[in-house]
Design a protein around this ligand. Structure first.
Ligand code: XMP
Length: 327
């Protein structure tokens, strides 16, 4: 399966019926490939790994072990949702690792964006490898590789982000059940597998998570301000019909403070920056025109509800000159 190529004549999966046909075919193939052996999967809760998990749970049940590493940089409610959906509802073998302290301790005082990314990436592999070593007799590693990943790594645009990274003592055969699918097809398949809409239609979220939105050296209190303001923004976008309309939206908390007034007293606190962009391929992006009254309402909520924040700003910068993320 690892060498599987998308057939040129393959019909785009756009309907529940086509998704079901793909699922039936894949389940049979997975059962044949895996037999009675064991499979391991790093389950982030993103669309691709969630769909792979749901397929493997259907195909081989408890022969699959999912490892969900919480690096402390996930959005509000995400680790809880992974546990609820996969452990409680789908009865998966799920190992939940709360590695928040480990990541935040390593990141303490590190302000360079690239250094932060490297720490998060290598620490993630280390935590996952430690969990993998605790398990006996695992033959396969499942991955949420999708077709654009293959095309991009072939073109040399980006290294195949999967496959690599694990230490040499951990060598597995790969299982990649959504390898020939485009992202929109993965979503249709996820829906047909019964995954919740907020998992299937989730906006893109970077691997380093909220870490790249807590600009500069991450502190726990400022990270909390990122997480809480992001939750308010998502809630208001959902309530006001912007959820499926805007490609990506989130908040950033820079590492500086300004003077303000709260409860008739001087405050000296952080600003929250709102970013909401539209794009096709993330190479360029335009800014969403958020209705002015909604921006006022969100500003009001964030300044009242988020600890340590006294201002809200809206980032009007397209890509280029800005990138979508701030780091
Ligand atoms: P930029 O900031 O480069 O982001 O304009 C383009 C898109 O990529 C996402 N992004 C990442 N995704 N790992 C990821 O999986 C990363 O390190 C990463 N950095 C940026 C970003 O959220 C946007 O959708």
């Amino acid at each position: 399966m690892a060498t599987l190529v998308r057939p040129a004549e393959m019909e785009r999966i756009t309907t529940p019926a086509l998704a079901q046909a793909f699922i039936d075919e894949q389940l049979a193939e997975l059962q044949q490939q895996i037999g009675d052996k064991k499979v391991l999967l790093a389950l982030s809760g993103g669309v691709d790994s969630s769909v792979v998990a749901a397929m493997l749970i259907k195909a081989v049940g408890k022969q699959l072990t999912c490892v969900h590493v919480n690096h402390g940089l996930l959005r509000k409610g995400e680790p809880e949702q992974v546990i609820e959906v996969f452990r409680n509802q789908m009865d998966a073998n799920l190992i939940y690792v709360d590695a928040t302290d480990r990541f935040l301790d390593k990141l303490a005082g590190v302000s360079d964006p690239e250094a932060k990314r490297k720490i998060i990436g290598s620490e993630f592999i280390e935590v996952f490898a430690e969990e993998a070593r605790k398990l006996d007799g695992v033959t396969f590693l499942a991955q949420g590789t999708i077709w654009p990943d293959i095309l991009e790594s072939e073109k040399g645009i980006k290294a195949h982000h999967n496959a690599g990274g694990l230490p040499d003592d951990l060598s597995f055969e790969l299982v990649e059940p959504v390898r020939i699918l485009f992202k929109d097809e993965v979503r249709v398949v996820g829906k047909a597998l019964g995954l919740p809409d907020n998992m299937v239609y989730r906006q893109p979220f970077p691997g380093p998570g909220l870490g790249v939105r807590c600009v500069g050296a991450i502190t726990r209190d400022r990270l909390e301000a990122v997480r809480e303001s992001d939750a308010i923004l998502r809630e208001e976008f959902a309530k006001n019909g912007l959820e499926g309309k805007v490609w990506q939206y989130f908040t950033i908390v820079p590492d500086f403070k300004s003077t303000g007034i709260k409860n008739e007293q001087r405050s000296f606190e952080w600003p929250v920056v709102i970013r909401a962009v539209n794009t096709k391929d993330a190479m360029t992006a335009t800014i969403e025109d958020i209705p002015w009254p909604l921006l006022h309402h969100i500003t009001n909520r964030i300044t009242r509800e988020v600890k340590g924040v006294n201002r809200v700003l809206y980032d009007l910068t397209p890509k280029p000159t800005g990138t979508i993320e701030w780091e």
